[in-house]
Design a protein around this ligand. Sequence first.
Ligand SMILES: Cc1cc2nc3c(=O)[nH]c(=O)nc-3n(C[C@H](O)[C@H](O)[C@H](O)COP(=O)(O)OP(=O)(O)OC[C@H]3O[C@@H](n4cnc5c(N)ncnc54)[C@H](O)[C@@H]3O)c2cc1C
Length: 462
Amino acid sequence: MPESPDPAPFIAELRAALPGLHILTEPNETEAYRFDETEYLHPGRPIGVAFPESTNDVATIVRIAAARGVPVVPRGAGTGLSGGATAVDGALTIVLTRMDRILEIDRRNLLAVVQPGVINADLGKAAAAEGLFYAPDPASYETCSIGGNLAENSGGLRCLKYGVTRDAVLGLEVVLADGSVIRTGGRTIKDVAGYDLTHLFVGSEGTLGIITEAILRLRPAPPPKLTLLAFFPTVHAAGEAVAGITAAGLVPVTLELMDRFTIRAVDAALRVGLPEDAGAMLMIESDAGGDAAADELDRAEAACGAAGATEVVRAADPTEADWLREARRKAHWSLEQAGVARMDDVGVPRDRVPDLLDAIERISLDAGLPVGVFGHAGDGNLHPTFVVDREDPTAEGRINAARARIYEAALSLGGTITGEHGTGVAKRGFLEAQVGPDAVRVMRAVKAALDPQGILNPGKVL
Ligand SMILES: Cc1cc2nc3c(=O)[nH]c(=O)nc-3n(C[C@H](O)[C@H](O)[C@H](O)COP(=O)(O)OP(=O)(O)OC[C@H]3O[C@@H](n4cnc5c(N)ncnc54)[C@H](O)[C@@H]3O)c2cc1C
C-alpha cells in the first residue's frame, strides 16, 4: 500500500490561515471522532479533527484541502447509523458542532435560520417558545444535529403527518468541494428557479457539499396530542392494523410499532408496565385537537379491533403520554441492555408492512438470531434490530447474511434498503440492487460534477 503523504504541512497551512481554529491531531484526541453509532464498521484514522466556527472557517479549510487533494469528512453529532460520519484514513474530519446558533426565528414567515450544529431538540424548544413547531424529530432528537438531519434526510416519529427533513427545508448555504460557497432556495414557500439544488444536498450524506446554514420551515404549534396504545397477539396482526388505518384514510401524527421482543426489552429496562404476553404494540397519536383528535383515535381503534387487537388503552394525561412516547424512543437503548443491538432500517409501501414483518420473523428464525422489530410502521419504515451476545464470534457473519436477506425481502415488496438512516458505508454495497446501474451512473455523474477530485466524504454512499 502506498504511504499516505505527511499531513504536517497541510495542518500547518490550516493553522496559519485560521489561527483560532481548534484542531486535534493526536490519536488519543481524535479517536472519539472515528466512529458514529456503527462501531462494527471499522473506520479509518483521521489525520486531524477540525472544529470550524463560521462558514468562512469551513470554506477556508475545504479550499486548502482541495488544493492539496486532502479528503474531508463532514461530521455533526456522530449519532448516524450508517457510518456516514466515520473517519477515513488520511482525511480531515470537520466537526460542525461549534456552529450551533439559531440565527433567527421568523414568525412572520414561519421559518428558522440555523447553523448546522444546532441540536434538533434545541430548535424544537426555541420554536415552541414562539408558539411554533419544527416537525422532524428523529428518536435521537436530543443529541443529533440539524446538519446531520439534513445530510441524512432524517425521519422520526411525526413524519407520517408532517413529512421528513426534506419537507421542512426551504434553503441552504453550502460549501462546495473547491471551497466556494453557494446559497440555494430561500425564504419563499414557492421557488422553481433552476434545478432544485436544495433537495440535491438534502440526503447527500456529506458527499456533495458541507451545509453551513439552513432555512427551515416552521408551523404553528399543533394542539396537545391524544395517545392510544393497542396490543395485538401477533406482529402480523399489528401490521394489518397499520394497513387498515392507512386504508381508512387516517393520518395520525404518530403510528409506531414495537414487537414482543422489543416490548419485553423496554419493560425490563424502564419498568413501564407493558403487558409481557402481547405479541406487538402500536402507539397511535393524534394532534388534530379536541373532538377531531378523539374521533381520529376512535377510528384508529376500530381499525385495530378489526385487525384483532386484544387490548386498547388511552394515556390518561399528557404526562403519561410523554412517558409512553419516551419508552418508544428508548427502544434501541433498551435492546442494547440485552447485548449488542444492531439496528437496521428498511421501508416498504405501507400496505406491505405485514409481509415485511413476516419476512423478518422468518429470517430471524432461519438465522437463529433474536430480533426486535420496532419503528415508524405508519411510514412503512421498520428497524429490525438483531440482538447478539457480545462474545459470540459467529454473530457478525450471521447478522450480515440475515440483513442481506432482509434488504432482499424489502426490495421484493417494492421497498427500500433504507428509509431514513442513509446508505453511508453500511449499505453502499446494496444500493445498485435497489436503484439499478443506470441510476448509480447518474449519481456518480452528479458526484463527479460537484466533487471532481472525490475529496468529500470518500467511500460513502457510492
Ligand atoms: C438511538 C438513535 C435513534 C435514532 N433515531 C432516528 C430516527 O428516528 N430517525 C432517523 O432518521 N434517524 C435516527 N437516528 C440516526 C441519526 O440520529 C440521524 O441520522 C441523524 O440525523 C444524524 O445526525 P448527526 O448530527 O449525529 O450526524 P452525523 O452522524 O455526525 O453525520 C451523519 C451524516 O451527515 C453528514 N453531515 C453531518 N453534518 C453535515 C453538514 N453540516 N453538511 C454536510 N454533511 C453533514 C455526515 O458526513 C454523515 O454522512 C437515530 C440514531 C440513534 C443513535
